[in-house]
Ligand binder design. Structure first.
Ligand SMILES: [Zn+2]
Length: 182
């Protein structure tokens, strides 16, 4: 019997605590306006549908926002406690399939959620701008390293290492010999 048949963890989780967790994570030094980044912020009631979701008003720019404005958690049909549990299961290294089972969601929803959470809570992070010469190295992980370092060590020198060196050399060659496009 799966654990989810015994207890519905999601039902035991308190929405108040979930919103408190988001606030703490998002604004460890106090609420700041996502519009102008000032901390001259006053509370301004609660969300109509989610009573634990605090609304704010910024005295500097008159902007209105709430606990989830500008985060990946805003505007989703899943309750916040499902997101929090998803984050918790990700921390336990559960696969998307296991998380979907635990939360009773379908796997494509779960995949979308974990992808968004991996990108971080902030929905709008400035795009990374690379300038000058950028080099990206190719990475090759020996499959046996996943949990079986001893087995890999035993095989070392019997071809695996040589294969890796050959691949690295080939990758380097491809990088350096690529004609520069104008
Ligand atoms: Zn503001």
């Amino acid at each position: 019997m799966a654990a989810s048949d015994l207890i519905n963890l999601s039902g035991l989780i308190d929405d108040t605590k979930c919103f408190a967790l988001v606030r703490q994570h998002r604004w460890p030094e106090g609420v700041r306006c996502p519009g102008c980044d000032k901390d001259a912020v006053i509370r301004d009631g609660h969300d109509d549908v989610q009573p634990c979701r605090q609304r704010y008003r910024c005295k500097a720019c008159s902007g209105r926002f709430d606990d989830l404005t500008g985060t990946v958690l805003a505007g989703h049909h899943q309750p916040l406690r499902v997101w929090v549990l998803c984050l918790y299961y990700m921390g336990l290294n559960l696969s998307n399939r296991q998380i979907a089972l635990e939360l009773g969601l379908d796997s494509s929803d779960t995949q979308a959620m974990t992808e968004q959470l991996r990108r971080g809570l902030a929905a709008r992070t400035p795009a990374v701008e690379l300038t000058g010469e950028v080099e990206i190295d190719e990475v090759y992980v020996v499959a046996g390293h996943k949990g079986q370092p001893a087995a890999v060590a035993k095989r070392a020198g019997s071809g695996a290492g040589a294969g890796w060196r050959a691949r690295r050399a080939a990758a380097r060659w491809r990088r350096t010999s690529r004609p520069s496009s104008a």
